[in-house]
Ligand binder design. Structure first.
Ligand code: AMP
Length: 143
């Protein structure tokens, strides 16, 4: 099966290049983490490797270890920042799976007993709420 090509102008590539804004909570040489604008719950964060790939299927295996070290770090931080009971980690590959942005990313979502996830790519959150939640996560990471 032929894989679609990586599009250098996908929205996350633009965020990584700083061409469009995001609420960043963490960045280093290999990874950037920022708030999902249509969160499935408060504190929904995306962890995005800087290296270009559409998703897990075409990613350089060498990028995956460093990526998941940061996924763990962000999962611990959102749990602490929101007093979450648990954390859901999601990752989609190609349209049939539900992927909508074609640059590899991992969803990290704080979870609370008895509270279901909101729909994937549902409603836009207010920028001030995203900014406040990003601040809480940055504090947890600093702390
Ligand atoms: P996926 O369906 O796994 O590709 O997820 C893409 C995610 O990116 C969705 O949860 C969207 O809400 C989110 N998203 C789309 N555009 C932006 C953006 N500009 N900034 C932050 N998150 C975004």
């Amino acid at each position: 099966m032929a894989e679609a090509a990586y599009d250098i102008n996908n929205i996350f590539a633009k965020i990584l290049r700083g061409e469009i804004p995001s609420h960043r909570v963490y960045e280093d040489d290999t990874v950037v983490a920022f708030m999902d604008v249509m969160p499935q719950g408060p504190g929904h964060t995306l962890v995005v490797p800087r290296a270009p790939s559409r998703n897990l299927l075409d990613a350089d295996p060498a990028a995956l270890g460093p990526l998941f070290v940061i996924v763990q770090k962000i999962a611990q931080a959102v749990r602490q920042a929101f007093g979450a009971d648990g954390v859901t980690v999601l990752q989609f590959n190609e349209p049939a799976s539900g992927q909508t942005v074609y640059h590899l990313h991992v969803h990290v979502i704080p979870r609370f007993e008895g509270v279901p996830l909101k729909p994937h790519t549902g409603q836009m959150e207010k920028p001030e709420v995203l900014a406040e939640n990003a601040g809480k996560i940055r504090m947890a990471l600093a702390g």
